[in-house]
Write a protein that binds this ligand. Structure first.
Ligand code: LRH
Ligand code: MN
Ligand code: MN
Length: 404
C-alpha cells in the first residue's frame, strides 16, 4: 500500500462515524427464549456506559440510537437521558418510536383498521418528535411491524393510504418544529407479518418518503432483504435518487438474523461502501455523501461489548478498503469493457491489508491499536459482569437455571 492510500484511508476514517444501538447492550433473545449475560446492561445508564466504552476504544461511535419505549420512562424529562449519555461521553442519536409493542397494535399501527390504534401511533410519533428535539437529535427512524398474515385479511389499498397520510403528518410536523431533522423510513420484507408487510422493500419506502416530503429518506437495514438481493445496487440507486438516508448494519445468513457485521459476507459489506465511495468519485465530491451509519444488532450469545467492538473494527476495515479502490483504473477498465480488470480493481482493494493504515490512524488519535484485544485483556467485561449480577441479585432479579 502506498502513502497516498494510507492518507486516503486516514482522512476517510476521520469522516467515519457509526452509531450504536442502545438495545445492543441489553439482554435480548429469540422468540424461543432469552439467555442472560451477567455483563448485559439493564438500565439506560448502563447502556450509555457500554456505548461510551466502545466509543472510547474505537473513536468511531459518538452517538447512540435509542428506542423510545425501551429507553425513556413515561413522563420523564428526556433531557435527563441526554445528560446520562453525556456523562458517558456519547450523545443521543436517532430516535426510534415504538409503534409495534403495545396491545393496541395487534392489527397494525398507522395501517390498523382501528382508528384508535392509528391515532395512538401518531400521538406516539409526535411525542417522539418532542423527545428528539429535547435531546438534540436530528434523526427519527420509523420501522413498522405493520402487515397482514393472510390473504384477504385487510385492504392493502386502505392501509397504504392511511400510512401515507400518517407519514406526511409526521414529516410535516418534523419539518415545522424540529429544525434540521430527517425522517428515516425503514423497510422489511416479512416478520413479524408473514403474508404482506406494508413497507416491504426500498421502492415502497422511497415512495412513502417522497409522498411525505423532502425531509424523508430511506433507511437500508442490511438484514431486511430476501436472500440474494443485490443490496449495493439498491444503495447506488437510492443515492443517485437523493433518497438514501442511512443504514442499519448487521449481517445475515437467512433473514433478519442481526449477526455481527461482516461475519458471514464481508465482501458484500465492502461492495456497499464501494458504491458510496464510487458515488463521490463520479461526482468529484470532496467528501463522501452524508448518510447515517448505524449498527442494528443484538448479540444473543457473544459477549455484547466484545461483539460491538468487533463490529466497529470490521466496519472501519471494510470502509477503509473501499477508499483505496483504484477508481481511475476502474473507469478505464469499464470503458474498455474489460470485465476482468474491472473486477480486479475491486478485489485488489478488498484483499489489501489495511491493518497498518488503521493502526496509524488509531495511534494518531490516541486509541489502542487493537481495540478488541485491549477490551479482552482489560478484564472489564468480567468486572462489569460481577458488579451487574450482584446488583441484579440485590434487586431480586435472579436468572438462574433450574438445573444448577
Ligand atoms: C426491526 C428492526 C428495527 C427495529 C429494531 C429493533 O427488525 O430492524 O430497526 O427498530 O429492529
Ligand atoms: Mn433495523
Ligand atoms: Mn431488523
Amino acid at each position: 500500500m502506498n502513502n497516498k492510500d494510507i492518507r486516503q484511508i486516514r482522512s476517510a476514517l476521520d469522516q467515519f462515524a457509526i452509531e450504536l444501538p442502545s438495545w445492543g447492550f441489553a439482554d435480548t433473545g429469540t422468540r424461543f427464549g432469552k439467555f442472560f449475560q451477567d455483563a448485559a446492561a439493564s438500565t439506560v445508564e448502563e447502556k450509555f456506559h457500554d456505548a461510551g466504552l466502545v466509543h472510547q476504544l474505537t473513536g468511531a461511535c459518538p452517538t447512540v440510537a435509542v428506542h423510545v419505549l425501551w429507553d425513556f420512562e413515561p413522563g420523564e424529562d428526556p433531557k435527563k437521558v441526554a445528560r446520562l449519555a453525556k456523562k458517558h461521553g456519547v450523545k443521543v442519536g436517532s430516535i426510534n418510536p415504538n409503534v409495534f409493542q403495545d396491545q393496541a397494535y395487534k392489527l397494525g399501527s398507522f395501517c390498523s383498521p382501528d382508528k384508535a390504534a392509528r391515532d395512538a401511533a401518531i400521538k406516539h410519533s409526535y411525542d417522539s418528535i418532542d423527545i428528539g428535539k429535547a435531546v438534540g437529535s436530528k434523526l427519527m427512524t420509523m420501522w413498522l411491524a405493520d402487515g397482514t398474515n393472510y390473504p384477504g385479511q385487510d385492504s392493502i389499498y386502505r392501509r397504504k393510504r392511511d400510512l401515507q397520510g400518517a407519514l406526511k403528518k409526521i414529516h410535516d410536523r418534523m419539518a415545522k418544529q424540529w429544525r434540521g431533522s430527517t425522517l428515516l423510513i425503514e423497510y422489511k420484507p416479512f416478520e413479524p407479518a408473514f403474508y404482506h408487510t406494508d413497507i416491504a422493500d426500498w421502492g415502497m419506502a422511497a415512495a412513502f418518503a417522497r409522498h411525505a416530503g423532502t425531509k424523508a429518506k430511506v433507511l437500508v437495514d442490511t438484514g431486511h432483504h430476501l436472500p440474494g438481493a443485490n443490496i449495493e445496487h439498491i444503495v447506488a440507486f437510492l443515492l443517485d435518487e437523493g433518497m438514501l438516508g442511512g443504514f442499519h448494519f448487521n449481517d445475515r445468513k437467512y433473514a433478519d438474523d442481526d449477526l455481527t457485521l461482516g461475519s458471514i459476507d464481508p465482501y458484500a459489506m465492502f461492495r456497499i461502501f464501494d458504491q458510496i465511495a464510487q458515488y463521490a468519485f463520479e461526482r468529484d465530491l470532496k467528501k463522501l455523501p452524508d448518510v447515517a451509519y448505524m449498527v442494528d444488532q443484538s448479540h444473543n450469545l457473544k459477549p455484547k461489548l466484545e461483539a460491538m467492538v468487533q463490529t466497529v473494527m470490521e466496519a472501519q476495515s471494510l470502509f477503509a478498503k473501499a477508499q483505496i479502490v483504484d477508481r481511475k483504473a476502474l473507469a478505464k477498465a469499464q470503458a474498455a469493457g474489460d470485465i476482468v480488470a474491472a473486477e480486479r480493481c475491486l478485489k485488489q482493494a478488498y484483499e489489501a491489508d489495511v491493518t497498518p493504515a488503521l493502526a496509524k490512524w488509531r495511534k494518531a488519535n490516541g486509541l489502542p491499536v487493537d481495540p478488541l484485544e485491549e477490551l479482552r485483556s482489560s478484564g472489564i467485561v468480567k468486572k462489569l459482569g460481577k458488579e451487574r449480577a450482584a446488583a441484579r441479585r440485590a434487586r431480586g432479579e435472579v436468572q438462574a437455571s433450574s438445573y444448577a
